[in-house]
Design a binder for this molecule. Structure first.
Ligand code: ADP
Ligand code: MG
Length: 263
């Protein structure tokens, strides 16, 4: 649907074979500072099509900042970030166009309260891509039906439960068919009994082939759904690997210690 902006750095040094699709996301040596405080200290992360990568780590370890750098909400101080082979950290990259290719859901304040559920879901298609209203609404309604919220299309967000609101936020994030989905602690503000319905939806997205990077404290979800778990500590990736490695036989003492404290 979207022309892939090929070019700068495509395939260079990525270890991929000719003909392999470019990774959806490639973060190379990313450094982010806030004043004197270095929050990301040389992050390398490659995410392939259809992969679900889960970021874990203590509060303040840099998970949100990493997701924000990918969405160009924070400027990086060093390194590079590639989206489907194109260098989006290049200052000449068009941030709005990059963001249009990435779906994002945060912990809080995802929906516009003055717009109906359907208007929230169709907003980006209409505003960013100029999709005609009727078409955007058809697509939006189908999406809401798929996630079991078709009957809420004309409601305002405050009439929905927190779990329903987050499911709408996810629907909105995927309505324009983004290449990459970034989910930042999307269940952290929810009552425990509402967490499951949101995580079930993420699992469905994975089954339908979405490429997802998500930060979460839901370790059992990470264990069941992640293709790869990345443990961040103080802005460094201490260990990354399949969930069986991270949760059952972590190679690094810091990872063991982090998980031990949680249990
Ligand atoms: P996490 O999401 O893993 O909890 P964050 O990425 O939110 O971690 O934060 C990492 C570190 O960066 C923390 O020490 C936090 O205080 C700091 N930080 C985040 N955003 C800002 C900001 N806008 N200005 C200054 N410091 C920030
Ligand atoms: Mg965070």
């Amino acid at each position: 649907r979207f022309a892939r902006a090929a070019g700068v750095g495509e395939g260079a040094g990525t270890g991929t074979l000719p003909g392999d699709p470019a990774p959806v996301l490639e973060v190379r040596g990313v450094v982010k500072r806030f004043g004197e405080h270095t929050v990301l200290r040389g992050i390398d992360l490659t995410v392939h099509p259809h992969e679900v990568v889960v970021l874990i780590g203590a509060s303040g370890s840099g998970k949100s900042t990493l997701l924000k750098t990918v969405n160009l909400l924070e400027q990086i101080d060093d390194g590079q970030i590639f989206l489907s082979g194109a260098d989006i950290s290049d200052p000449r990259a068009d941030a709005d166009r990059v963001r249009a290719r990435i779906g994002v859901v945060f912990q809080h304040y995802n929906l516009f309260p003055h717009l109906t559920v359907l208007a929230n879901v169709t907003l980006a298609a209409r505003r960013v891509f100029g999709t005609p209203r009727a078409e955007a609404e058809r697509t939006g309604l189908a999406l809401l039906q798929r996630i079991g919220l078709g009957d809420k299309a004309r409601e305002y967000p405050d009439r929905l439960s927190g779990g329903q609101q987050q499911r709408v936020a996810i629907a909105r994030a995927i309505a324009t068919d983004p290449e990459l989905l970034l989910l930042d602690e999307i269940t952290s503000a929810l009552d425990p009994q509402l967490v499951g319905e949101v995580l079930d939806l993420v699992r469905e997205l994975k089954a339908s082939g979405s490429t997802i990077v998500m930060a979460t404290h839901e370790m059992s979800f990470a264990r069941r759904v992640a293709d790869r778990v990345v443990y961040l500590k103080d802005g460094v990736i201490v260990e990354a690997g399949p969930p069986e490695q991270i949760f059952e036989r972590p190679e690094r003492p810091e990872t063991r210690e982090f998980l031990r404290r949680l249990s």
